[in-house]
Structures are given as structure tokens and as C-alpha cells.
Design a protein around this ligand. Structure first.
Ligand code: SF4
Length: 609
């Protein structure tokens, strides 16, 4: 007995075939599951320079070994692929029930390859895999797709699907499951490129059986007791991530008007308490007592009159201060509009902020924007622009390519205003005020993500966030730990009170796998995963020059930013040197043969050294 299925389902859309493959126990011992297993399979199966939107790209969906076991906050699932936005390996993690339904169906991974000749969806039942035409689903948003699939296959059906923007290949389209999204990096774009509108599952519930049932049950009880009384859990349950808004503003790292400033007046209008007043009902992921989400009413657009689960902090920053706004109902409406089309709120907000700054500086005018006045805070124009991006029409076509490609197209000085790293639009933390974040985002193997390694000690004030020296080793460490958590999958917001020892005990009790060895070895597994991702990117040609920051971060001191006013990243090269040294990489950011050997992945050396 064990909590993992030991099997993957491979779906080839080009010829409508599937097969079930065994996953060796050793793979779990070396990569755990989810992000880790996904990285291993993607590295092994994808050739260098493969087109992310070509049939050869793999779309890997994966649930963690602890998912669906009754453990709280461990039932999210991951999507791993080569990103059409960054050209790097990518992982995006989401909630919704689809991941656990994969496990009920008996799979830890689903690997989708090829391209369907016609728009299609795939349905999995207890007997077989069905390849179906999706004509009647085309153009529908996530809610209607999920409703229709339940009508066709039964109310117990759970699905992962894309919206209209994924069909049209907007480069930052999302995958929806329930109300949650695999938001970043264009996971939905890859799905759209395969002519795959949805994948649905309706199978009997099959509860995972832990290797050591009694011990595992006791550990779950222990976790629930920790969560019950923990103040962080209580805060997340009540306020959710919107509580972060005023904290980030207080630190002076809240991106305002396209990262020109770090704080905004009237931020109290967007506090966690203000969003709490608009909360109509609790919301959250499968088997999670934190339930950090919240349903709020939409008052404008195609979902008007309905409720959405949101907004999260990242959507608040993206449709609030980043665009010069502090209107919380506008944030909810803009978030709902992005959900309707199926596009990432962060990338959408950053692309619009880029256009607004070009407009402010007179580089573009209404003749370039289909007549839209893109002055900061013009809600009407921003709303229209989201629609244009979602439909991929007019100026929205260019912005739907992502800010990096938009700036390359515009040329000249416009690149200075494009806030991205490796093509991924920056999240809601200005890296100039937290130097560890600057390094973590610069070196992230998926581009400008806030979830590749959070410098928790700097954000909480335990370590000076303005100092650059000495950050290399600490960021290397948090990136390893994040890789571990993404491979379990332990939700960043729901893993309150857990430590390495607890992860180790849970893993061994659940799986019986001996290769996990010790709590410290789990961190080494995290390092193996980060290193595998780095090798993937090195094979694609990524080097030190790509571990960079937008020009603004290294040349313009942060303005109007409270305690962070005047901050800038002074010496990224030194930070990189420290980081590479801590991880055993060369000065070019390439893992050495010795490091690969130490991590037990020496076979990767043949392809990158
Ligand atoms: S804490 Fe929030 S995001 Fe995390 S699993 Fe629970 S409901 Fe989902």
C-alpha cells in the first residue's frame, strides 16, 4: 500500500491513442512527484529547441504523492511544460479538484503530446480514454465548459480546461480547474496549441492507502491540531492573500504605475479588511481547512451578477496600484474578465501597465491603441484593453504576446519599460526593496516569478532586505526548499507550522520509500529538481546573461517607496557569483560535472557540458 499510483497516462492527440506506463519507485525517491517528476520527464522527453507551441511539446499534469490523503493543503496539482512565454521549462501550480481526480483514476502524471486535428477534448472514465470533438465547447469560458462536461459525463466529473484566449493562443492563457487556475507561463496556450479544449475525469473515488496507515493518520491529526490554533492559518482563512497588500505597501515594494514607485496613497482602500467586507462566501481547495479564498460579486462584464473566487493579492496589485488605481470593485471586475477569457492577471496587468507608461511618455498615442486613452487609472480603457487581449484583436494582439515580445516589436527605448525576466512578467514585489527577491527572480528557471524561492526572512524583517552581500547562499536554499514543497505539493499558504522533519515523516509514512533517507536529503532532492530545471534551460541556450533584471531595477532608484525609497540593485553580478558558487555552478550559471555527480544526475552532463 502506498499513496502514489505508480502509473502515468500518456495521451497522444495526433493519433488519438493512449497508453498506461509504469513509473519506477526510484523516480519518486529521487524527484518525489508533481514539479520534480514533471521536470524529470520533460527533460528526458523533449529535444532542445522544440517549439513550445508545436506538437512535440509535452503538457504534463501531476498530482503530489500526498494529494487526496486527508492531509490539509496538499491536494493542489501542477502543470509542467516548455513555456511559450519564456522558452524555459515551466511549472504552474493550481487548486481545483482535477488533480485528486487524476489520482482516483489511478495516475500520478498525465503526459499529453501531439496535436489533435480538430478542436477536441479528452474524457477519462473507469474503463478507457475517449477522444471527443469539442465543437460545442469552442468559445466558451471555463464555467460553461465545466457545466457542459458535467452534463455530458455526470455531476461527479472534474475537468481542466481553457477559455477563449487559450484557443486563440494568447501567450499567457491559463488552465482552469473549478475556480482555480494554473496561471503563469502560458500553460493554457500550450493546451490550445494542441487543439485541446479540456480534459475531464469521472471515475469512482479511490482513497489512497498510506504505507503505514496508523502512523500517517496520527500525523494528519497532528497537522490538523497545529492548523486549528495557528494565528497565520486563522489570518489566511479570514482575510486570504489580500491581507498582503498593505504589508507590501508598508515595505515600499508595492509596484505602482509600472514599477515607477513603491507605495500609493489610499492603499487602505485595498486592505485585507476592505476586501473582507466584500466576501460573500468562503472558498478553497480540496481538503484544505485554511480555505484562503473568498467569493465576491462581479458587477461588470460577461460574468456580471455572478461571484468569482478572488481576487488574490497578485490580481489586486496588477489591476490596482500597478495601473494607478485603488478601486477594489474594479479589481474584482477585471479579475473576472481575465477569468472569463482565461488569461493570467499578472501578465495582463503588466502588459497594460507597459502600454500605459508608453502612453504617458508620449511614445504611443490613441492612434496606436485603437483609440483608447491609456492615461493611468482610466478604468474604461483598461477594461476594453483586457477584452482586446482576450480576443487577440487590435492592440490586444501585440500585448497578448507578452511584454517582452511587445517591446521587441516596438523597439527603441521601449524595452526599458518592459517589466519581465526571461519573458515572464514581474509579480507584485519590487525587487529593488528586497535584494534576495531580486536575486531569486533573476535566477529563477521559470523567469520573473515570486514563487520560485521566497526570501521569507527578508520579507518578515528578520534579515536586512537592503543588503546585497551574503544573499547568494540563502536564496539558493529557499529555492531548493520551494522545489521540495512544489514536489510534495505543500501549498505555500496552507503549509502553516510544518517543517522538514514533518515532511519527512509524512512522506515515509505515506509511501514507504526508503530513498528519502532523511529530512536533509529532502533538501538535496529539492536541489536536484532545481538543477534539472537549470540543465533544461542550459540545453536551450540560457546562460548568465539571462539571469538578469529589467533595466529599471539596476538603474533607477525606487521612488515614493517609504522605507525603500532610493533603493536600487547595485551589483547583480556579485549576487550572481555568490549564488552560482553556493549551487556549484560555473560563472556562466552552468552546473558543473561534479555538482551533477553529487546530485546523482551525471547523465545530464552529456547534453549540457
Ligand atoms: S491555503 Fe488556499 S491556496 Fe492553499 S490549498 Fe488551501 S485554499 Fe488552496
Amino acid at each position: 500500500m502506498t499513496t502514489f499510483a505508480g502509473k502515468l497516462l500518456r495521451i497522444d492527440l495526433s493519433n488519438s491513442t493512449y497508453r498506461v506506463e509504469h513509473i519506477p519507485d526510484l523516480c519518486y525517491g529521487r524527484f518525489i512527484s508533481a514539479r520534480g517528476l514533471g521536470a524529470k520527464y520533460l527533460y528526458d522527453e523533449l529535444k532542445a529547441s522544440a517549439d513550445p507551441l508545436g506538437p512535440e511539446n509535452r503538457l504534463i499534469m501531476s498530482i503530489g504523492v500526498l494529494g487526496g490523503t486527508g492531509l490539509q493543503g496538499f491536494s493542489k496539482w501542477a502543470v509542467i511544460t516548455k513555456s511559450p512565454l519564456t522558452g524555459t521549462i515551466f511549472r504552474s501550480i493550481t487548486g481545483g479538484n482535477f488533480g485528486v481526480w487524476m489520482k482516483h483514476a489511478g495516475y500520478d502524471l498525465i503526459i499529453i503530446q501531439g496535436k489533435a486535428r480538430m478542436p477536441s477534448y479528452v474524457h477519462i472514465d473507469k474503463d478507457t480514454v475517449h477522444f471527443q470533438g469539442a465543437e460545442d465547447l469552442l468559445g466558451l469560458d471555463y464555467r460553461w465548459v465545466q457545466i457542459k462536461l458535467k452534463e455530458k459525463h455526470g455531476p461527479h466529473t472534474e475537468s481542466a480546461c481553457i477559455g477563449p484566449a487559450g484557443e486563440k493562443l494568447v501567450r499567457y492563457a491559463v488552465i482552469h480547474s473549478g475556480e482555480r487556475t494554473a496561471s503563469r507561463g502560458g500553460m493554457g496556450t500550450v493546451m490550445g496549441s494542441k487543439n485541446l479544449k479540456a480534459i475531464s475525469i469521472n471515475v469512482p473515488i479511490r482513497k489512497p492507502s498510506p504505507f503505514d496507515e496508523v502512523r500517517f493518520k496520527n500525523l494528519v491529526k497532528k497537522q490538523i491540531n497545529i492548523l486549528k490554533e495557528h494565528p497565520r492559518r486563522k489570518n489566511m482563512t479570514t482575510l486570504g492573500t489580500p491581507y498582503i497588500t498593505t504589508v507590501v505597501d508598508g515595505l515600499g515594494i508595492l509596484p505602482v504605475r509600472n514599477f515607477q514607485e513603491g507605495s500609493i496613497q489610499a492603499i487602505d482602500e485595498m486592505s485585507g479588511n476592505e476586501f473582507y467586507k466584500l466576501k460573500k462566501a468562503k472558498a478553497g481547495c480540496y481538503q484544505c481547512m485554511t480555505r484562503c479564498g473568498g467569493m465576491r460579486e462581479v458587477t461588470r462584464g460577461p460574468l456580471s451578477g455572478m461571484q468569482i473566487d478572488g481576487p488574490e493579492y497578485e490580481s489586486i496589485f496588477a489591476f490596482g496600484p500597478l495601473l494607478g488605481l485603488t478601486d477594489k470593485q474594479f479589481v474584482i471586475n477585471a479579475n473576472a474578465l481575465c477569468d472569463y477569457y482565461g488569461i493570467d492577471t499578472i501578465s495582463t496587468g503588466v502588459c497594460i501597465a507597459y502600454a500605459c507608461e508608453l502612453f504617458e511618455k508620449g511614445i504611443i498615442s490613441t492612434s496606436d491603441t485603437d483609440g483608447l486613452d491609456l492615461s493611468w487609472g482610466n478604468e474604461k480603457s483598461i477594461f476594453s484593453l483586457i477584452q482586446k487581449i482576450g480576443k487577440r484583436e487590435g492592440v490586444g494582439y501585440l500585448l497578448g504576446q507578452g511584454v517582452k515580445r511587445a517591446a521587441e516589436h516596438m523597439g527603441g527605448e521601449t524595452n526599458s519599460f518592459a517589466m519581465h525576466i526571461k519573458g515572464l512578467e514581474l509579480p507584485g514585489y519590487d525587487p529593488r526593496g528586497v535584494k534576495g527577491y531580486a536575486l531569486s527572480m533573476a535566477t529563477s528557471n521559470i523567469g520573473g516569478s515570486h514563487m520560485y524561492g521566497r526570501p521569507r526572512e527578508e520579507l518578515s524583517g528578520m534579515v536586512d532586505s537592503f543588503t546585497e552581500e551574503g544573499k547568494g547562499a540563502s536564496i539558493a536554499q529557499v529555492q531548493k526548499e520551494q522545489a521540495l514543497e512544489d514536489s510534495l505539493i505543500a501549498c505555500t499558504f496552507g503549509n502553516t507550522g510544518l517543517d522538514l522533519q514533518m515532511y519527512f515523516e509524512l512522506l515515509t509514512a505515506a509511501t514507504g520509500i526508503e530513498e528519502f533517507e532523511s529530512p536533509d536529503n529532502l533538501v538535496k532532492i529539492g536541489e536536484r529538481i532545481v538543477c534539472t530545471e537549470r540543465c533544461f534551460n542550459v540545453r536551450e541556450g540560457f546562460r548568465r546573461k539571462d539571469d538578469s533584471l529589467p533595466k529599471r531595477m539596476i538603474s533607477e532608484p525606487l521612488m515614493n517607496a517609504g522605507p525603500s525609497t532610493g533603493q536600487v540593485v547595485k551589483n547583480l553580478d556579485k549576487l550572481l557569483d555568490e549564488y552560482y558558487k553556493a549551487l556549484g555552478y560555473t560563472g556562466e550559471g552552468i552546473p558543473t560535472a561534479e555538482k551533477l555527480k553529487d546530485l546523482g544526475i551525471e547523465e545530464l552532463a552529456k547534453k549540457i557540458i
